[in-house]
Every structure is written in structure tokens, then in C-alpha cells.
Design a protein around this ligand. Structure first.
Ligand SMILES: *[C@@H]1O[C@H](CO)[C@@H](O)[C@H](O)[C@H]1NC(C)=O
Ligand SMILES: *[C@@H]1O[C@H](CO)[C@@H](O)[C@H](O)[C@H]1NC(C)=O
Ligand SMILES: *[C@@H]1O[C@H](CO)[C@@H](O)[C@H](O)[C@H]1NC(C)=O
Ligand SMILES: *[C@@H]1O[C@H](CO)[C@@H](O)[C@H](O)[C@H]1NC(C)=O
Ligand SMILES: *[C@@H]1O[C@H](CO)[C@@H](O)[C@H](O)[C@H]1NC(C)=O
Ligand SMILES: *[C@@H]1O[C@H](CO)[C@@H](O)[C@H](O)[C@H]1NC(C)=O
Length: 491
């Protein structure tokens, strides 16, 4: 008895030791092997290709599962980079299928199903992923499909550049949520504007069209104007319009730092002369702040939530964007490379040490600085995305042949459509015509939810927002009309 128990324990220990992720950061093959295993484990969280599940999304959105809609889009971006950096095309068919399934009927990443949690940042993450597909020269959709990567990214950008998304509260800037009925419509935040800034800079570089850069410049100036970016280049979360964005939520999140750092690096790469010098300085300062705030002893640390482990599922995925977007920064703004590479190295080394969890003994944890797997938060798609991003993007250090992001003049093949999504902001709920009835189950619930939210919003707004009240009432009337279509029996 005693012998067999000891034997079982020994076998279990050996099993765990074998399963734990081992990686030598000096060896490209070792990194590829480790990344392949992390990618495989990441895909165990994806149920979209199982019967009855929705293609393209991680289980959710809450309460149906842990993950909001945007994180699926973010995950495909991590996997596009994984393919680009390591050459493993295993998941490419699923990436293609997912990105095309979630475009929504207007091909602008505003699918009806997810309206109740549709923020500019959510739409922006899908937009940044399809733009990455164009930049990494990911295989194009069939030629006769208008949903080409660049055109989709332009559609997202154009809907966000529409006047309807830019009101005068706080002197400009975009709101967090898109539908006025959503919680958070009255909040203007850094990530929504950061995704827009990032896409503007990247579209300018990819297409050479300065209209996109103009929006990036405007957005940067606005961020500094409202002091969401302060003199030390800290980037704060956001503020409500009721106080003209002056009562700032000072929480700092690494995806905000990363999205602006990478966008600024693209502006540096895109501009010339005096303007380039300005962006070079901004990149330098943003990088300095990013390392100061989000790395401890050279290890990524999600400073606003990691200490007390109050990170939400969203926040558990930020370290991956941080690593990946710093790596791109090192590629397109090469003067940053000597600062960035050592940090990515120490951080990635610590990250893989956490991959000893789960039933297979190699799922990754979140507390990289502790260098071991911890519960909470246990296993999750974000934890896998982070380590996948860290490992695969570190390949830029070992393999000099890895290309930086392409442009239409340097190998990019994605077909664009500068007019995609223009003319309106895709806010179908503002129009009178019934939407195409693609959706069945859930529409009634969704609409009921929207109506309740609108009523709550109106009741609340009427307390101190006289000027907008009338506008909201009119919109609510339209919303009700629309609801009658949605509730109407279908044939
Ligand atoms: C779902 O994807 C996995 C991983 O690529 C694959 O093994 C499986 O066959 C797919 N299932 C279906 C139904 O397509
Ligand atoms: C919307 O939901 C329906 C019903 O669950 C599903 O069949 C469809 O694939 C979903 N569409 C998107 C874009 O997720
Ligand atoms: C440049 O982008 C703007 C804004 O999307 C668009 O209106 C214009 O047609 C584009 N110009 C060219 C030459 O593609
Ligand atoms: C609101 O904030 C903006 C930007 O900080 C400022 O330019 C504007 O004067 C402020 N408006 C009011 C009414 O305080
Ligand atoms: C950031 O700037 C400070 C002050 O100029 C400097 O001491 C520090 O070394 C910089 N850190 C990085 C990582 O560049
Ligand atoms: C890239 O696109 C821009 C804008 O459409 C165009 O002016 C330029 O000629 C293109 N460059 C190449 C090499 O195709």
C-alpha cells in the first residue's frame, strides 16, 4: 500500500516535471516548440467550432461564459502574430473563419448579437486584428469576397471617424460605448481612443493616406488636452462627460500604454523631418513610462489589479498585448530595440515559469513576478494569450529574417476600400428600417435589455442633463419602433 502510493506520487511528479513548459530563450527551435504548446492549450478554451457554439468567440459574453466579445478578436490577433513569428499555420483556417464570421452584416465588426456590450474599444480590437492580418500578409479571403482585411479595417476606422462618434463633450474624443443605451456611454476613455489612434497611425503607414494620420494627431492632442496622458506620460483610464472629463479615473492599465506606444511608433515610422522628431520623443517617453509603470524587476506587472488580484477576465489578457506591441515598436522604431529587448527577455523568462498549472501541468499562470502558477486566477484564455504573445514575439530577437509589418508598397497584398463603412457610423439602431433578420434566439432578450437600459438612462439623465434629454427621447422613440420589429413574429 505504502509503496504503491509513493510510486503513484512519484509518477505524478515526474509527469508534472515533464509537462511543465521548458524553454531556452537562446534557441529559436525551443521557443517555437514552447509557443506551439501554449497555442494548443489556448485553443482548448475556444469552443466556437463545436456544434451549437458560435464561431469566432470565446465562451460568453457573461453570464453565458467568462469572455466578452472583444477578447475573441484579440485572441485571433495573438494567433496571427503566432503564425507570423513562428511559421506555424495550424490555426490559420480557424482564424480566417472566425474573422469572417464576426464581421456582422454591415462588415464593420458591429454584429447585432453583441450590441449590448459594444464599445468602440471592442470594435477596435477586431479592427486592429484584421489590420494586423493585412500587415502580416496573412492569407487573403477569396478574391470575390469584399471582406478583405484592409477593407474591413478601413470600415471599422471609418465608422469610428464618423461625426456621430465625436461630440463636443470634453472638447472631443470618443465615448467608450457605442449605443447610447449601454452602461458607459457617458464615459470617454483611453482604450477606445487608443484603438482609434493606433489604427489611424497604422492605416496611414500601410496606405500612405494622410487622412488617417490626421485623426491620429487629433486623438493624441485630445488625450494630452484632457490630461489622460500626463506630463510624465502616465496614461489614465478615463472620465465621465458629466464633469467635462475632469474627474479622471487614474487607474493605469498596460494595454493603454501599449496601444499608444505602438501607435506612436507607427507615427514615427510614417512621418519625416521635424514631425518625426516629435514622434521620436513621444515614443521614447512613452516607452520609459511603460517600463517604469508596468515592469517590476524587468517583469510585466498589471499594476492596477495584480497586487490584490482584483483583475477581471479582460485584464488577465493585457500582458500579451504589452509584449507583442513592444516587439512591433522595436521593429518599426529601431532606436527603441536596445531598451525593449532586455525587458522582453527577463519578462518572458519569468512568464514561462508560471506554466505548471491545470490538469496537464503546463497551463500558464498570471503572476509572472512570483514565477509560479497561482490560483487565483488559475487557468484561462488570457493567461495563455499572454505567454503565447511573449514567446512568439520574442522571436524577433533570434530570427532577423522576420519581417516587420508590411505596407501596400512593401509586400502587403490586402485589397482596401477607402470608402468602406463611410456615410454612417453603422449604428443600425438609429435608423427606421428593420434590420435584416439574421438573428433569432436572444433578440427579444437583447431588445428588452436595451429598452430597460434606455429607460434607466433616461431617468438618470433627466436629473442633470437637460440638453441631451430631448435627443435621447427621440432616439428612444426610434428604439421602441425598432423593438416592435424585433418582437414581431418572423416567417
Ligand atoms: C475544431 O478545431 C480543432 C482544433 O483545430 C479541431 O481539432 C477540430 O477537428 C475542430 N472541430 C470541428 C468540428 O471543426
Ligand atoms: C449570432 O447569434 C446566433 C444565434 O446564437 C448565431 O447563430 C450567430 O452565429 C451569431 N452571429 C455572430 C456574428 O456571432
Ligand atoms: C484617404 O482616406 C480618406 C478617409 O478615409 C478617404 O476619404 C480618401 O478617399 C482616401 N484617399 C485615397 C487616395 O485613397
Ligand atoms: C472642458 O474641457 C476641455 C478640455 O479639457 C476644455 O477645453 C473646455 O474649456 C472645458 N469646458 C468647460 C465648459 O469647462
Ligand atoms: C526613464 O527616464 C529616467 C529619467 O530620465 C531614466 O533615469 C531612466 O533610466 C529611463 N528608463 C528607461 C527604461 O529608459
Ligand atoms: C499605396 O496606396 C496609396 C493610396 O492608395 C497609393 O497612393 C500608393 O501608390 C500605393 N503604393 C503602392 C506601391 O501601390
Amino acid at each position: 500500500m505504502a509503496f504503491s502510493r509513493a510510486f503513484v506520487a512519484l509518477v505524478a511528479m515526474t509527469g508534472a516535471a515533464l509537462a511543465a513548459l521548458e524553454v531556452d530563450l537562446e534557441s529559436a527551435d525551443s521557443i517555437r516548440r514552447a509557443a506551439r504548446s501554449v497555442a494548443y492549450d489556448l485553443m482548448t478554451f475556444y469552443e466556437g467550432n463545436q456544434t451549437g457554439q458560435t464561431v469566432g468567440i470565446l465562451p460568453g459574453p457573461p453570464p453565458a461564459g467568462d469572455y466578452y466579445w472583444w477578447q475573441g478578436g484579440a485572441m485571433w490577433g495573438a494567433l496571427i502574430d503566432y503564425w507570423h513569428f513562428t511559421g506555424d499555420a495550424t490555426y490559420n483556417p480557424q482564424i480566417m473563419e472566425a474573422l469572417l464570421h464576426q464581421t456582422g452584416v454591415d462588415n464593420n465588426y458591429m454584429p447585432r448579437n453583441w450590441t449590448a456590450s459594444l464599445g468602440n474599444d471592442d470594435q477596435g480590437f477586431w479592427g486592429m486584428t484584421v489590420l494586423l492580418a493585412a500587415e502580416n500578409v496573412f492569407p487573403n479571403p477569396p478574391v470575390d469576397d469584399d471582406r478583405q482585411w484592409l477593407a474591413l479595417a478601413q470600415a471599422v476606422f471609418n465608422t469610428q471617424a464618423s461625426p456621430e462618434r465625436h461630440d463636443d463633450y470634453c472638447n472631443g474624443g470618443m465615448r467608450w460605448q457605442i449605443p447610447m443605451s449601454n452602461n458607459g456611454y457617458d464615459y470617454k476613455n483611453s482604450i477606445a481612443n487608443g484603438c482609434f489612434f493606433n489604427m489611424g497611425a497604422r492605416l496611414a503607414r500601410y496606405t500612405g493616406n494622410d487622412s488617417y494620420a490626421e485623426w491620429a494627431r487629433t486623438t493624441w492632442d485630445w488625450m494630452v488636452g484632457v490630461q489622460y496622458i500626463d506630463d510624465e506620460y502616465n496614461i489614465y483610464d478615463g472620465a465621465h462627460i458629466q464633469e467635462n472629463c475632469t474627474v479622471i479615473n487614474r487607474a493605469q492599465f498596460s494595454y493603454n500604454a501599449a496601444v499608444f506606444l505602438q501607435g506612436a511608433a507607427y507615427m514615427y515610422a510614417y512621418t519625416e523631418g521635424d514631425e518625426q522628431a516629435v514622434w521620436k520623443d513621444r515614443v521614447t517617453q512613452l516607452l520609459n513610462a511603460t517600463i517604469r509603470v508596468f515592469f517590476q524587476d524587468g517583469i510585466a506587472y498589471e499594476v492596477s489589479c495584480e497586487t490584490g488580484m482584483t483583475c477581471t477576465t479582460d485584464m488577465l489578457s493585457f500582458k500579451g498585448y504589452l509584449h507583442r506591441w513592444m516587439a512591433t515598436t522595436a521593429q518599426i522604431a529601431p532606436f527603441t530595440k536596445e531598451t525593449i529587448v532586455p525587458v522582453l527577455k527577463t519578462s518572458t523568462e519569468a512568464a514561462v515559469k508560471t506554466c505548471t498549472g491545470g490538469t496537464n501541468g503546463r497551463m500558464c499562470g498570471f503572476k509572472w513576478k512570483e514565477g509560479l502558477f497561482t490560483t487565483p486566477p488559475g487557468t484561462g484564455a488570457g493567461q495563455q494569450m499572454n505567454v503565447l504573445g511573449a514567446l512568439s514575439s520574442y522571436m524577433i530577437v533570434l530570427d532577423e529574417t522576420i519581417e516587420g509589418p508590411a505596407t501596400n508598397g512593401t509586400g502587403g497584398t490586402s485589397k482596401g476600400n477607402p470608402g468602406a463603412g463611410t456615410g454612417d457610423s453603422g449604428e443600425w439602431w438609429r435608423n427606421d428600417e428593420p434590420p435584416p433578420m439574421a438573428d433569432k434566439v436572444g433578440a427579444g432578450f437583447l431588445t428588452a435589455f436595451l429598452l430597460i437600459s434606455i429607460m434607466a438612462m433616461l431617468a438618470w439623465m433627466s436629473m442633470d442633463e437637460k440638453t441631451e434629454e430631448q435627443i435621447f427621447k427621440e432616439r428612444a422613440e426610434k428604439e421602441k419602433k425598432r423593438a416592435s420589429y424585433l418582437f414581431a413574429p418572423r416567417t
